[in-house]
Design a protein around this ligand. Sequence first.
Ligand SMILES: O=C(O)c1ccccc1NCC(=O)[C@H](O)[C@H](O)COP(=O)(O)O
Length: 205
Amino acid sequence: MTGIKLCGLTRLCDMEAANELKPEYIGFVFAAKSRRYVTPEQAAGLRQALDPAILAVGVFVNEDPERVAELLNEGIIDLAQLHGNETETYIKRLRQLTKKPLIQAFSVDSAQAVMQAQESTADYILLDSGRGGTGTVFDWDFLKQIKRPYFFAGGLDIGNVAEAVERFHPYAVDVSSGIETDGVKDREKMRQFVTIVRSGRRETR
Ligand SMILES: O=C(O)c1ccccc1NCC(=O)[C@H](O)[C@H](O)COP(=O)(O)O
């Protein structure tokens, strides 16, 4: 069954929605330039309100590995998502600092990018359209090449996620912009997104 990651959650009410919907993962964005940025202190508070069965992913862009490891080892997050230009050397360094799992994000703009993603030594790969959290869809035809399980991201929403799951059977789908209205998470869109993925089809009502 395809897993679900609801990314860019920032508020206590988002935790309540997640607890009700039970995605496998939620994401906190620690990239300072993001409008979804949360401080480690905010994330720690939100994490306390989160059902412990749901894994919390920290999203980082070229962050100091020491800082990433600190959040993992303190238990504020369960996995780190590397969403910048992190290299294999960076991953090796992070492995020395923590045993927690890593997700490496790749921007899918060519078949070559997909091949490069497959070679990653991270525990998981995430295929996205670019910088992250932009709501932009990439050319899904590039996914025909891939032979490794992946998080499928980039512009997914309640209108296209059923097709994404049906055609590609990803390890998990990842959404942020598609479950927002006017820049904040929308509980009803979150609910619809989760229902569609779980049932494998679009809601009729
Ligand atoms: O959300 C952000 O602002 C962000 C900033 C920098 C790096 C990553 C970021 N978000 C990651 C995600 O939200 C998801 O992993 C993914 O990109 C899906 O986003 P969307 O296309 O908006 O559904």
